[in-house]
Write a protein that binds this ligand. Sequence first.
Ligand code: BGC
Length: 467
Amino acid sequence: MGYSQHQARVGEKIPLVGKMLLAAILAAIAGLMFGLDIGVISGALGFIAKEFHAGDVAQEWIVSSMMFGAAVGAVFAGQLSYRFGRKKALVLSAFLFMFGALLSVVAQGITALIIARALLGLAIGIASFVAPLYISEVADEQHRGSLISVYQLMITLGILLAFVSDAIFSYYGAWRWMLGIVALPGAVFMFGSLFLPDSPRWLMLRGRRNEALETLTSLRPSREEAEKEIWEIQNRLQEKQRGLSLFLENPNFRRSVFLGIGLQIVQQLTGINVVMYYAPRIFEVAGFGQDGQMWGTAIVGLVNMLATFIAISFVDRWGRRPMLFAGFSIMAVGMGALAVLLSYGAGSSSIMHYLAVAVLLLFITGFAFSAGPLIWILCAEVQPLEGRDFGVTCSTFTNWIANMAVGATFLTLLGSFGASHTFWLYAALNVLFIAFTLLFVPETRGVSLEAIEQRLNSGARLREIGR
Ligand code: BGC
């Protein structure tokens, strides 16, 4: 039995070591940028459409070019973070982020804007790959879930800030300000990430054992613990990081890669980004005026952030599976209720009007305490160390492709099936995801990454590779 498993078993609580927390929070600022970029477009889109005379399809492109860039970024992130380290990859992503933001401020037409958003996407793709990976590598297993949830919290904070700043700038129609203001946190992030310690697991991967030990010692309560963890990592490191070749020859690795891919498809098909990108439009369908749309959207952002605290507090106590069950059920009810309301004409009376808001918030709450953080946590946890970069690349890439598919089809779905049927579709998908969780999702709470890997390699069923 590994040392860390033993610890988990006797239930000792390791105090959060300041530096580990700091490293995780700094990495989580990458999440802030991620969120700012997701959130900022919903409020700016209407103004951009007016200024550049952009139709539905051009708007869908402006929204989804970022996701396309992010998918590409996620693919390169694996190589980048393996060769140069997680930390340098984060610095590069912050730089690209600032550059893309400034470029979108000066864009003179739809094409320029699409290019600027694709660049921003590139930055976010790298960050969304590296940050959770980095956090999972510096955290100990008792706090891993909570710390990756902090990353998700930063995403939601970014979305909220973007929604609020959109609402404020909307009074002036200042969409360039909406898009440009995000360069500021980009600068903070770039500066902050220069001070991050390198990931001890990455240092070990590169054969820099002494540095790994020094770093880990500064992240754990004692040198003795750090030494034991280094020993465990070393045991797992007999072979070098591999990707495609491992995927082709090792069926167990293929299973964890497909699990990561499946999890990310599930996260996006909950319909979360339909709400994130088009919230003002949904509020419009429900009968709200311009002010109501902007501030309603800001409230969605606020609830999204607040409900993430539920995950942070309970994910390492209640476990991943129960929270996912609860989340998908709540999301199915929320989407279903929205579909019913819209079929009766949500804008027809003020009660319907507010009911529509209430069920939308219910849906957001369900997502924010479950699939939002948990999918990122699980994707970082289930991959074996030898193929972790490749595995997380595949799942992160999938997140963005699925994200793009959802973003690029919503207006078209609304146009061809109508609002009510579109939301019924998402309700049904959420019901399906309860079954997915039941069949495939392991309970990884309190289990060390090394133990998860051992069980995966022993051929145990996916849902049993955790506890
Ligand atoms: C998802 C994003 C989503 C965000 C909302 C993240 O976990 O990956 O696509 O926009 O949560 O909070």
